[in-house]
Design a binder for this molecule. Structure first.
Ligand SMILES: Nc1nc2c(ncn2[C@@H]2O[C@H](COP(=O)(O)OP(=O)(O)OP(=O)(O)O)[C@@H](O)[C@H]2O)c(=O)[nH]1
Ligand SMILES: [Mg+2]
Length: 216
């Protein structure tokens, strides 16, 4: 398959600080996990290649810092997102509770800058609670009310739900956008034509200038 048949999607991951955004991306892209918490500064992106139904897909995961210190930078990081993942933590702590409450804020934030892009919810850190005690009715209501594609119960630590959830959103994106995603050679060709046109224009302008000079 030629380079020309690659597709590109930007997936933006948001949610409160410490819920596990960086860890989830790392688990999916590198199968690795660390218990250390290194706060993301501003944002960081990870490139990842994947094949879906024979098509080469290039993914760009934009991991947005959850801490409010970086609030002012967010609009520029959101730009061009094909889809969004909102993460909250299931842990029974203040961080966990607040991360659920703040999902509304994150949702408004991404909608403001990206419009109606496909969204999914990840309820992370399932390993920290007893799964049998998990009541999914609140999550289901939120997802339904805001028209999310769905939700996934995940753990970046054990890997539970991680591959399945990322794959699902990538496959959905590809189904939705594959016909709109312009293969690279077409883009190159258009650019070449534009450059040619610009050159021609420059030449024409020069000629006109010459004429003007001649008239003078
Ligand atoms: N037990 C458990 N810990 C997790 C899980 N996911 C992340 N953590 C831990 O939670 C802490 C925060 O994880 P990060 O991935 O850095 O969180 P973040 O959402 O990227 O945080 P910011 O960069 O500040 O926005 C780290 O200590 C991780 O090891 C999980 O599924 N289970
Ligand atoms: Mg992070």
């Amino acid at each position: 398959m030629r380079d020309s048949q690659k597709y590109r999607y930007k997936i933006t991951i948001i949610g409160d600080g410490g819920v596990g955004k960086t860890s989830l991306i790392r688990k999916y892209t590198e199968s690795a996990f660390s218990t250390d918490y290194v706060k993301t500064i501003g944002a960081q992106f990870s490139k990842y290649k994947k094949k879906v139904k024979g098509a080469k897909i290039r993914l760009l995961f934009w991991d947005i810092a959850g801490q409010d210190d970086f609030l002012f930078l967010r609009p520029s990081f959101y730009k061009g997102s094909s889809a969004g993942i909102i993460v909250y933590s299931l842990e029974k702590t203040r961080l966990g509770e607040r991360s659920f409450e703040n999902m509304q804020k994150w949702l408004e934030d991404i909608k403001k800058f990206c419009g109606d892009i496909p969204l999914v919810l990840f309820a992370n850190k399932i390993d920290l609670i007893d799964e049998h005690t998990l009541n999914t009715s609140e999550i289901e209501a939120f997802v339904k009310e805001h028209n999310f594609l769905g939700y996934y119960i995940t753990s970046a630590k054990t890997g539970k739900g991680v591959v399945k959830s990322f794959n699902a959103i990538i496959e959905h994106l590809h189904d939705k956008y594959k016909d709109l995603n312009v293969p690279r050679p077409k883009v190159k060709k258009e650019k070449e034509i534009k450059v040619k046109n610009v050159k021609e224009k420059i030449i024409k302008v020069k000629k006109v200038k010459d004429k003007v000079i001649k008239v003078r």
